[in-house]
Write a protein that binds this ligand. Structure first.
Ligand SMILES: Nc1ncnc2c1ncn2[C@@H]1O[C@H](COP(=O)(O)OP(=O)(O)OP(=O)(O)O)[C@@H](O)[C@H]1O
Ligand SMILES: Nc1nc2c(ncn2[C@@H]2O[C@H](COP(=O)(O)O)[C@@H](O)[C@H]2O)c(=O)[nH]1
Length: 207
């Protein structure tokens, strides 16, 4: 039984849908008890991003060495850069009983599903593709060429949303944050019910 281990929460979805914005809203809420796993990436740092806060920024060589050393739960090459979730932090934090929150793209989420089938998978979807593109353009962090590639990836990723446990539409940041928090809460309750039933069955078997 796993009751004292934390839950792994995966928030995925296309670039620009608002994962980071919703995540920030969740972590700004003093009621939130999850721990955020900071990813590693080889992408260039954007203005205002801080190493060790937004990402751990790595060279391609260093990232590839870490892949060789099996230091990632998952990693993906997304639009020409590596992104990955460091294994040690996630495993140690869950072992301590804390829920760990990952914000990753769809290929990485697929890999997490294989290694942690009991994790909770939430897909954040845009109200429509036009709004997704408007958000990417409005964010002002990517060139028109990169935005084109991200939209093309998004079309592929949106087709996979049915593989997730839940789909949350990010039509409004506060509402999306509340939906994600409710889903996590419900997941904890479900896990507690299952474990209580298992405990009863074990007692019956042992008596
Ligand atoms: N519900 C919303 N309505 C309108 N704009 C939004 C909403 N949610 C997020 N945005 C805006 O959309 C843009 C992209 O959001 P954000 O950077 O959080 O996306 P993301 O999914 O984390 O992207 P990436 O995966 O590339 O990191 C930001 O400018 C953000 O302010
Ligand atoms: N597979 C992983 N994807 C990740 C990780 N960290 C972030 N991401 C996703 O990559 C894209 C692009 O991010 P950006 O910061 O360049 O806009 C986006 O969908 C992120 O969610 C990770 O560790 N693994």
């Amino acid at each position: 039984m796993t009751s004292d281990k934390g839950l792994l929460i995966v928030l995925s979805g296309p670039s620009g849908v608002g994962k980071g914005t919703v995540r920030k809203e969740i972590f700004d809420d003093p009621a939130t008890t999850f721990e955020y796993s900071i990813s590693m990436t080889t992408r260039d740092r954007r203005e205002g991003e801080v190493d060790g806060v937004d990402y751990f920024f790595k060279s391609k060589e260093e990232f590839e060495r870490l892949i060789e050393e099996d230091k990632f739960i998952e990693h993906a090459n997304y639009v020409g850069n590596y992104y990955g979730t460091p294994v040690d932090y996630v495993v140690e934090t869950m072992e301590k009983g804390y829920d760990v929150f990952l914000e990753i793209e769809v290929e990485g989420a697929k890999q997490v599903r294989e290694k942690f089938p009991e994790a909770l998978f939430i897909f954040l979807a845009p109200p429509n593709l036009t709004q997704l593109e408007e958000r990417l353009v409005g964010r002002g962090t990517d060139s028109p060429e990169v935005i084109k590639k991200r939209i093309s990836e998004a079309k592929r990723e949106l087709k996979l949303m049915n593989l997730y446990d839940y789909v949350v539409i990010n039509d409004d940041v506060r509402a999306a944050k509340n939906r994600v928090q409710c889903i996590v809460e419900a997941s904890h309750m479900k896990r507690a019910r299952v474990e209580s039933k298992l405990r009863k069955t074990l007692l019956e078997v042992n008596n």
